[in-house]
Write a protein that binds this ligand. Structure first.
Ligand code: PEP
Ligand code: MN
Length: 335
């Protein structure tokens, strides 16, 4: 339920509604707007009777929110969310497409720095590489862990690129928060509620990847968990879902983009690399995602993919990443 206040509602009227919401044991969520204030109702278990509020002073309307999620919904927040980084010249959700690129994993300082310089040169504003790696097999490379985070901090210092890297569980989330500019939550952790709640307490934005099995509504509920802890800076990342096809690792669900634009105010970034799993599909998928309105692209790039410790077959060569940026500019996409 969303209580919409009249334009001439006083502060007292607003407080009256907030009090009334609390008196039922629910949580009020005031949403100040340019013209008028709205107050969302959270933590109600069943439907809320609009008549409880319609006759209160200053109340214009009481609108049922049709979805189980609220904080992420456009009904609660009609404007697009934008997330600024640094002094604000890099904005996720603004008019420019944001490029996040880098190897799947941090392998060494030399490797990270040399790839970072190349992706920066091509137009990336974020360096994306894992220090903690969740792997399909427990015997695969698990990442350089804190050493990897130190290398990422060095990359930021030397290149000015913002850092996005994954927190694989709630115990390492604080460490990742200290080093990174944005905390990535991976597909396998989309419903790791302890991690979602911890990320919700973080002071850094969160990049929430879609579970490879998840519906869009389940994904939005996961984002709702993060926001319910107070962190409103959430970016969604479509990275492909499992289907029956054999020609790619996953299937990139671009249908989700226009749907999300309608139901949610959160920016959506697309990761064509994990969706494809094979290099030659990455550029066409990236172009399609940009055309479909992605706020950003997350692309794996490696300068020696045949030697990469993870995800080499889907990593672009730096020249291919450059080619992609060139293609995007040709499509009149501002990067
Ligand atoms: C990654 O970004 O390198 C990664 C492991 O992605 P996902 O969680 O989407 O598989
Ligand atoms: Mn990867």
């Amino acid at each position: 339920m969303l209580i919409v206040m009249r334009q001439d509602a006083t502060q007292r009227d607003i407080e009256g509604v907030i009090e009334a919401i609390r008196s039922h044991g629910w949580e009020p969520k005031p949403i100040p707007g340019g013209e008028r204030t709205a107050i969302g109702i959270l933590r109600n278990e069943g439907p809320v009777d609009p008549a409880l509020f319609l006759n209160m002073p200053g109340v214009r309307d009481a609108i049922a929110v049709s979805k189980p999620y609220k904080l992420v919904s456009r009904e609660m927040h009609p404007e697009d969310t934008t997330i600024p980084f640094g002094s604000g010249d890099v904005l996720i959700g603004g008019s420019r497409l944001v490029l996040m690129a880098g190897p799947c994993a941090v392998e060494s300082e030399y490797q990270a720095l040399s790839i970072a310089e190349k992706v920066k040169e091509a137009g990336a504003t974020f360096f994306r590489a894992g220090a903690f790696k969740p792997r399909t097999s427990p015997y695969s490379f698990q990442g350089l862990r804190e050493k990897g985070l130190e290398i990422l901090a060095k990359v930021r210092e030397e290149t000015g690129l913002f850092i996005v890297t994954e927190a694989t569980d709630h115990e390492v989330c604080g460490l990742v928060e200290d080093y990174a500019d944005m905390i990535q939550i991976g597909t396998r952790n989309m419903q790791n509620y302890r991690l979602l709640l911890r990320a919700g307490q973080a002071k850094k934005p969160v990049l929430l990847k879609r579970g490879m099995w998840a519906t869009v509504d389940e994904w939005l509920m996961a984002a709702e968990y993060i926001m319910s802890e107070g962190n409103t800076q959430v970016v969604l990342c479509e990275r492909g879902i499992r289907t029956f096809v054999k020609h790619s690792r996953n299937t990139l669900d671009l249908n989700a983009l226009p749907y999300l634009k309608k139901v949610s105010h959160l920016p959506v970034v697309v990761d064509p690399s994990h969706a494809a799993g094979v290099r030659d599909q990455v550029i066409p998928l990236a172009r399609a995602a940009a055309a479909a309105g992605a706020a950003g692209l997350l692309v794996e790039v490696h300068d020696a993919p045949e030697k990469a410790m993870s995800d080499g077959p889907q990593s672009l060569y730096p020249e291919q990443f450059e080619q992609l940026v060139h293609d995007l500019r040709h499509m009149n996409i501002e990067v």
